[in-house]
Design a protein around this ligand. Sequence first.
Ligand code: NDP
Length: 285
Amino acid sequence: MAATLMDGKALAQTVRAEVARDVAALGVPVGLATVLVGEDPASAIYVRMKREACAEAGIESIHHELPASTPEADMLALVEDLNADPRVTGILTQLPLPEQIDEDHVINAIDPMKDVDGFHPANAGFLFQGRPTLVAATPSGVMEILRAYDVELEGARAVVIGRSNIVGKPMALLLLAEHATVTIAHSRTRDLAEVAREADVLVAAVGRADTVTAAMVKPGATVIDVGINRVDGKVRGDAADDVREVAGLLTPVPGGVGPMTIAALLRNTVRAARYQSGELAFPLA
Ligand code: NDP
């Protein structure tokens, strides 16, 4: 039987409407600063989509565009200004940055309470400790999809393929927090197919089309396809087409994890505003 597709697009609409209500009820202004450096077309599209989502939810969008040649010192100075600006309750620097700018230096410079991407070591550390604050948007969005489709996680075998700081690792920690038995696979994993076939919940966050094939999926498993790959002018995930014939639940690409990433970013933006207003206590403050 073909897999049921998990409709991230529809779910994201529901979340975005909820966020808009939260913003209206908050009573303090919420503003997301986006910083785009250079002219990468994919980055420009992502930032535009995030800004549109903010506008729809009643979040002020404060946008900065810098040339690709921007020195690191200028970028860090801008982050300092945004940290100090009370209009700005969230800061998002679109990655990747040009090579003269060290991404870690920029991430570390962002006020952890304004770190809506959840990449700052303080926020990553709180997640590691099992007391999440601002958590990376993509894995947060995935968890919301899993909840919406009542996917049983407690005691389940979960395999995450990919170990990046922005997707794979936080994804594994969130699944662990829900009491799944988690394996993280990566490019050095021996016999990926055998490891993947163990999974009741399989998350692919690799960035290479056809990484996961039907033969690697346990029949009836939930497959979350995080990958975004451009192949012959089309957007494709990491899962091959034949995965649909074996999986029980599957996120489509596009229309699965992508829209939920933006929805989760908006949720983080509201949460960041709550930290700054004092409504929520930030563990470092
Ligand atoms: P990275 O390139 O940082 O990480 C990719 C991971 O995949 C690495 O851990 C790498 O292993 C692993 N990997 C690479 N090749 C293989 C292989 N053959 N077998 C097993 N593992 C492999 O990517 P990101 O985590 O940033 O993103 C992953 C994908 O998710 C990309 O397609 C990206 O575009 C997409 N994405 C989608 C988002 C969305 O909103 N839907 C948001 C963010 C990302 P190793 O560590 O050993 O190198």
